[in-house]
Design a protein around this ligand. Sequence first.
Ligand code: OFO
Length: 170
Amino acid sequence: MKATVLQSMNQQINAELYSSYLYLSMAAWANSKGYKGIANWLQIQSKEEYAHAMKFYAYVEERNHTPELFAIEKPESSWNGIVHMFEQVYAHEQKITALINNLYTLSLKEEEHATSSFLKWFIDEQVEEEATVCAIIDEIKLAGEVGPGMYMIDKELAQRVFVDPTTTAE
Ligand code: OFO
C-alpha cells in the first residue's frame, strides 16, 4: 500500500476504536439514568465498532503491513438527555462517513484498487449506520423522552443481540 493510504488506514483503525469507546461511554451513562435497553443497544454498537476497527486491522495485515495503533481520545461522559445523546451518535456517524469517503477518494487518487474495493463495504455500512440512528431519534421524538412510549422503546432496544456485521455481509 502507498504510505499515504496506509497512514489513513491506521487513522481509521483509531477512529473506529474511538467510536467503540464513545458508545461504551454512552452505554454507561444511559445505564446510570435507568435506560437499560438503550445501554444494551449502545454496548452492542460499541462491539460493532470494535469489529469495524478489526476489519481495517486485518486488511492492513493482509496487505503485508503492520497496523499502527494511536492513543484513543477520552470520550465525553454525560449528555443532556436521550435525544441529545442519540443526536450526538448521528453527528459522530456523519463524521465517520466523511472519513470513509475521504479514504475512498484517496484510494482512487493513489490508484489503490484493492483498497477502493475493500472500502465499498464500509460505504454501504455507513448508510445503514446513519439510517438506524435516524429511525431511533424519530421514534423517541414521537414517543417523548419520558412516559410509556419511551419505556416501550427502551424495552425494544433491550432485545438487540450482537451479530458481527463484518462476518455476515461482504
Ligand atoms: Fe464504524 O461505523 Fe459507526 O462509527
